[in-house]
Ligand binder design. Sequence first.
Ligand code: NAD
Length: 294
Amino acid sequence: MNKPFRTAAVLGAGIMGTQIAAHLANAGLTVHLLDLPAQSSDKNDLVETAFKKALKLSPPIFFTKKIAHRVILGNFEEHFHRVADVDWVIEAVVEKLDVKQQLMQQLETVIRADTIVSTNTSGLPIQAIAEGRSLSFRQRFLGTHFFNPPRYLKLLELIPTSDTNPDVLKRMQWFGRSGLGKGVVIAKDTPNFIANRIGMYAVMLGLQAWTTQGYTIEEIDALTGTLVGRPKSATFRTADLVGLDTLLYVIENLYPAIPNDESREVFRAPEVLRKLVSTGTLGAKTGQGFYKKQ
Ligand code: NAD
């Protein structure tokens, strides 16, 4: 079913949401980008702050300045009704199952009968995110896992559930390739899917080499990055880019989900990671992670 998407809503304006919205706008869609409202009247909504920050990313996230106008900012409290008018809703909020489930419940009451809904979760069970929703909703629901940063990384994992309508999957597969220019892979609804499970394993082993074997962060990044020809994807640099809070959520969700997996202990959250997160040291998004942002 080769029908393009013209309008979308991205729920969550964090690292991924802002950049996914920009990617869709560059591809010609009109995009509503929503996040939590301001916590007090003298503060901007989170979405405005996040969007301003994203506009400073280098190289720019939009092909031209004009394209930025295709992204319409709003918050969940005042502007949620806007999702009633879009072809595709992408959920990209914090990696917590209960938050995502609640959002799906809210969405179900608002969206059109032909709107497709997807989640950008890194690894929560796709089926569980839509648990409790009607069959009609679940038939139009799947995982669309973009990789960070979405403007560089071509991979898009599509994760259907046993309820996802095959035509919905086909449409997303076609649009992912021809509309968004992605390399699309269909993944199974297994913990962390494919690429992230492998990637997280490598990151966790790198962390372990630091915490238990006496290597320095710089040594590990050199031998998982520049020295093996991957200048931008070294262990600790990747962790900072992902966000240390998101990394912690991902492994804390994964560990109990794989009780019989022989690699399980690799995913046990190291104390040092908990400490960093508890002090607000979250990586590039806060300016300080394993590295200070330059
Ligand atoms: P982020 O921390 O940058 O942004 C999360 C957003 O969720 C924030 O803007 C926050 O305001 C919002 N939020 C927090 N609590 C909320 C609540 N109770 N209700 C509604 N919104 C709330 O996170 P991110 O890195 O953009 O990740 C978003 C999603 O994408 C997660 O599911 C994550 O696992 C996934 N993902 C992340 C990466 C990555 O590298 N960071 C890559 C692929 C997928």
